[in-house]
Write a protein that binds this ligand. Sequence first.
Ligand code: ZN
Length: 164
Amino acid sequence: MLLKVPKESEYPLLYKPSRELTMAEIKSDAIKKFTADLIETMYVKNGVGIASIQAAKPIQLCVIAKDFTPDKKTDLVLINPTFEKVSILRDWDEEGCLSVPKVYGKVRRYKKIKVTALNTEGEKIEFAAAGFFARICQHEIDHLNGTLFISKAKQLHTLEETAK
Ligand code: ZN
C-alpha cells in the first residue's frame, strides 16, 4: 500500500526526533506491514532512502535502496540506527528529499562511517559505509533525529530554477 508522504511545509513533526522501537514492536505484524509499505513507497517515488517519519510515523526505522546493479534490488532496513565517523574527512554533494520535492542543495557529510542498527529480525547489525551509500545513511539517520537536509545545505535551489 502506497503511503502518503506529506510535504515539509505541511508537516512540522519532521523536525522532531522519532522514538525507538521495542523488540516486541519490531517483531509485530503491524511493523512488518508498515515496512513493506514504506519500501514500496520509496521505489514508487524514486527515492534512494526513506525514513518512517516521512510517512507520518515517528519511529526509528528507515529504508535504504541498495539498488546498485540492474539485476538486483536490495533494500536495507535500519531500526534504531546510529552512526559514527570512521574518518574526519567530509565532502559536499548534492542532495534532495522526498519530503521537500524539487528542492536540492549541497550538504557536507562524512565520507566513511560505521553504522550500528537492528535488522527486521531485531538482530544487531554493524557495517561500514563509504561515499554515496554513507551519505544516504547519514541523511536518513538525520531524519530520525528530526533534522532535514535543508537545515544544513548550501546553494539550495529548486529544479525549475536550475532548468532556466
Ligand atoms: Zn530525506
